[in-house]
Design a protein around this ligand. Sequence first.
Ligand code: AMP
Ligand code: MG
Length: 351
Amino acid sequence: METKVYRWNPAEENGKTVAAAAAVLRGGGLAAIPTETVYGLGADGLNGAAVRRIFEAKGRPQDNPLILHVPDGTWLDRCCAAVPPLARRLAEAFWPGPLTMILPRAACVPDETTAGLDTVGVRCPDHPITRAIIAAADTPIAAPSANTSGRPSCTTAADVLEDMDGKIEVVVDGGSCAVGVESTILDLTVSPPRLLRPGGLPLEALEAVCGAVAVDPAVTRLMRPGEQPKAPGMKYRHYAPKAPVTVVAGVPERSADYIRTRLSSGEGVICFEEFRSFFAGVPVQSLGPAADKNEQARRVFDALRAFDGMQVTAIWAQCPDTTGLGLAVANRLKKAAGFHVIDADGEEARP
Ligand code: AMP
Ligand code: MG
């Protein structure tokens, strides 16, 4: 199949692009769409056959449910059997934006979308062309990240084509994603609400609206045998570069020093911008400044992806503290490392 690329131009009227992408989706086809977090691989979320094509194109495990994307908060009632007042308050506060809410599913949502669960994830993405396409398609759009399963999420249309060229009808090129990590997932079917995946909306922002928020253990550690994360996707080792990754947490000076003194030839490093000079002659990807977590979120997948094109035998990664967006950045790095994490603060710093 030929994959068509439509370029969104914010300075122009994009009516034709919107109509063409919406027609593909209405007809049961696949369209990769830009969002503020990462690119999504969209299909009509109420059409089981269309949704099955997403799983085929990505090679995604069948038990991993999809998030429905809507153009505004009023569509919660189209997707969910019950919408508690807190869900409406959160939609008011954070949509459009990187928040996915888990709620009881409406009868029209097929098993293919929810992987047979009686709940459904819903979010309203903050990208004007994508909201316009969904509104024109007039159906909630199921859209997981547009990467092949097991690969890092895509933050540009070029990343999407690398994984999906020839497998899908359309890529809508809406530029680089501004946030860079996926949405925050909050389960509102339990009390207190539970954070299932840290993402582009910080936990602290949710707590300001919800009060207490429980954090699912899958966010910070590997599941033990017999344990199941509430968000099925959290059990998969997503975002993994080909070389094994070791994450080094702790004060940036200490983690950089820890890596510098243990690094062997042929290994690569993901570090904060300030510490590039520690690693002269070493393949390095910068996460951006140690204090700029927004930039780290934008860069984390590219940094991981970049090493796949290089001959490195192992990757060391500095890791931010877990406040604000740091919780999501640290989670993506730790998942790439299979939770192989060393705390440099707990180690004696070498000279
Ligand atoms: P992706 O769109 O690839 O970032 O993946 C979406 C993730 O949302 C899945 O991997 C699940 O972990 C999570 N998710 C979607 N629907 C539900 C649900 N009904 N209950 C719990 N988690 C969900
Ligand atoms: Mg994904």
